[in-house]
Structures are given as structure tokens and as C-alpha cells.
Write a protein that binds this ligand. Sequence first.
Ligand code: HEM
Length: 136
Amino acid sequence: PTLLDGAVDEILRWTSVAVVMARTAMKDTEIRGQKIRKGETVAMFFPAANRDPDTFPDPYRFDITRSPNRHIAFGGNGEHRCIGAALAKTELRAMFRALLPVLPALELHGDSKMLVLRLLISEFVQLPVRRKEGLA
Ligand code: HEM
């Protein structure tokens, strides 16, 4: 439970449930050598940015003690940053706080099913679990 804050951020980085958003360039610009002309659409893939090795050492390691963890699961720090970020994190902390006592007694049971909605949001629609045998 004491690691919950870091765990929630790492879960958000790892899952990056918002997959992609787009922006329209308002003026000619250049990002890392890539020229972008005014009016062009630029897609931002959050899962890719959240595995950027320049920002996250060993990015494919799930590490709830990762610090700093400057993930952009809620967007960057611009005008469109998710307005519900604080609420979402509070909900996630509450959910995992409630789940933690029972988690050790559960195991995956059957196939999970993940759905990516129009490339925008990914979510589990099925994650079957059962109580481990021999545990009260
Ligand atoms: C884990 C849960 C959530 C994730 C990962 C998430 C992620 C995001 C992302 C990536 C954006 C786009 C940022 C951008 O375009 O730069 C966004 C925008 C937004 N989110 Fe969330 N969100 C979550 C929960 C919520 C909740 C609970 C609410 C409302 C209570 C909410 C309301 C909004 C709104 C209104 C915007 C549009 C902000 C704007 O364009 O000005 N989100 N969110």
C-alpha cells in the first residue's frame, strides 16, 4: 500500500489507455529533423512516448518505484491536458487499495480480451480471475 502512488503512475505509463490524439499544425515547424507544414495533421502516440528511452531508462521494465515518472498518459502539459487526471488517479488509488488485500489470493483464469476503440482508448473487456486453490 505504501507504494500505491508510484504504482498508479507506472500503471498509467505502462497501459497508456489513451492511444492516440491528433493536432493540426498552426505554423510551419520542425520536430527532431522532421519538417511539419502549417495545416498538416500530426498524430501523437502516447504508448510510444511513454516508452521513450530518452525519458524512461529501461522503458520496457514495469517498475512501480520508477522516479521520476514523467509519463504523458494524460497528455502533455499543454492546454489540452486531461481535465480528469486528478480524479482518475484518485479512483485508481481507491480501486487498488480495495483490491490489494484480495489480489494475492487471485490468479488469471482463461483468456483476457482487450479492445482498442477507434485507436483512441484501449481497455480490458474481459479479465477472468479465480481464487487460487488451497487458499481460504
Ligand atoms: C485513466 C483515465 C484517463 C486517461 C488515461 C485520460 C487521458 C486523456 C488524454 C490523453 C487526453 C488528451 C490530452 C491531449 O489532447 O493532449 C484527455 C483529455 C481529456 N480528458 Fe481524460 N483521461 C482519463 C480520465 C478522464 C476523466 C475521469 C475525465 C473527466 C472527469 C476526463 C476528461 C477529459 C477531458 C474533458 C479532456 C479534454 C481536455 C481538452 O481537450 O481541453 N478524463 N484525457
